[in-house]
Design a protein around this ligand. Structure first.
Ligand SMILES: *Cc1c(COP(=O)(O)O)cnc(C)c1O
Length: 387
């Protein structure tokens, strides 16, 4: 057995990024400052978004974007059960009630046609999740939103670099929230970004991310001197630090290369595993898109594989290969069952996937030999002999 542990994800940090962090530390300015400003400008260019607001995480971004909508008690927000808990948590923290829609069994993304049936007089927003970096079918989704006057806050945590019909996620539509967690397609350690075409929303988020302090409001009230400011809301402490932006400044120019390598690896998995009955490979939709391949997530078919997903994950771990679990269905967590009465059986496609899905190792610096080791190990586990 190979005694080197292969993780399922690993960030690629260049020497230039490390030098930038050191320069930031030596500059005397380490929290929000000039590097955050530069990174924000760079992201606006990359995303082709008029407004970008940088934050301490995507969770903070989802929270503030939803909070800025001014939801009232009982207001409903539509999302998917097949997502990280942060998506639902943010809806609840912003005062909304999560209303869930089952996913398409092939793409694992929200079934937009099914979303229409869940709209009520209390629906205020839709939060689609671009699962694994595969874009949700946004044309019909935005059509539905416009028809009913709903806001759309895209959970784009997996989707920096994703394209839908030739357009980059972040460059069109309402509002998108990106994550720079170490496992995501690019990282600032922890960090997130809200991109939006709504100037007022961007302003609200900028104020809420730092104690509710509004320097423009203070200017409006006509005092003088930079020490003074106005507090217009009880805000949060969700700002990004310059130390984090120092990494981001060098991750962003590397992103296209990261996605190219991720795509190569994902396509090899798709090709090599094509005939395996033990696995169901992730499917792709008919509409034109670029997958950012944040994750490679097949399903384990327990009957053919002779083991369930948990058995598979521990067997891989015993052979020094890490795997990830993205995700078990969020509606089945204790809080969501108890508070909103969600039950097993309500979202059959998402639950089928949530019980079988596993994330195989996939990261830009993964070598062909490391990927071969994953494939060979799985073949042995399933009794397929060497491939
Ligand atoms: C990672 C992730 C988040 C949260 O991102 P953070 O930056 O870690 O807060 C939200 N939604 C989804 C789908 C994610 O994968």
């Amino acid at each position: 057995m190979n005694d080197e542990f292969l993780p399922f994800a690993r960030p690629s940090i260049s020497q230039e990024a490390i030098a930038e962090v050191v320069a930031c530390l030596e500059s005397g300015w380490i929290t929000t400052g000039p590097r955050v400003k530069r990174f924000e400008e760079d992201l606006k260019v990359y995303l082709r978004a008029p407004h970008c607001v940088l934050l301490s995480s995507a969770t903070a971004g989802l929270h503030l974007a939803l909070l800025a909508l001014g939801l009232r008690d009982g207001d409903e927000v539509i999302t998917t059960p097949l997502t990280f808990a942060a998506t639902l948590n943010a809806i609840v923290l912003a005062g909304g009630r999560p209303v869930l829609v089952d996913v398409d069994p092939h793409t694992f993304n929200m079934d937009v046609a099914a979303a229409a049936a869940t709209i009520t007089a209390r629906t205020r927003a839709i939060v689609p999740v671009h699962f694994a970096g595969l874009p949700v079918d946004l044309d019909p989704l935005y059509e539905l939103a416009h028809e009913h006057g709903l806001r759309v806050i895209e959970d784009a945590a997996h989707a920096i670099g994703t394209e839908y019909k030739g357009r980059r996620i972040g460059s069109f539509g309402d509002t998108q929230v990106f994550s720079f967690h170490p496992n995501k397609n690019m990282t600032t350690g922890e960090g997130g970004c809200v991109a939006t075409r709504d100037e007022q929303l961007a302003r609200s988020i900028s104020v809420l991310r730092f104690h509710g302090i509004d320097r423009d409001a203070w200017n409006r009230f006509g005092k003088e001197g930079s020490q003074h400011y106005e507090v217009i809301a009880p805000g949060y402490k969700y700002n990004m630090m310059d130390i984090q932006a120092a990494l981001g400044l060098h991750q962003l120019p590397a992103l296209e290369g990261f996605i190219a390598r991720r795509s190569e690896l994902a396509e090899r998995y798709q090709h090599e595993l094509a005939e395996w009955r033990e696995l169901t490979r992730p499917g792709t939709p008919a509409y034109e898109h670029r997958h950012a391949w944040h994750l490679y997530t097949p399903l384990i078919n327990p009957e053919a594989a002779g083991m369930d997903r948990e058995g598979f994950m521990s067997a891989m771990k015993a052979r020094n290969i890490g795997t990830g679990l993205h995700y078990e269905c969020a509606h089945l967590y204790a809080y969501y069952r108890q508070r909103f009465g969600f039950q097993p059986g309500q979202f059959p496609h998402a639950e089928h996937i949530g019980e079988r899905i596993v994330s195989l190792p996939l990261f830009p610096s993964m070598s062909d030999a490391q990927q071969q080791r994953v494939i060979t190990t799985m073949a042995e586990l399933f009794g397929r002999g060497a491939t």
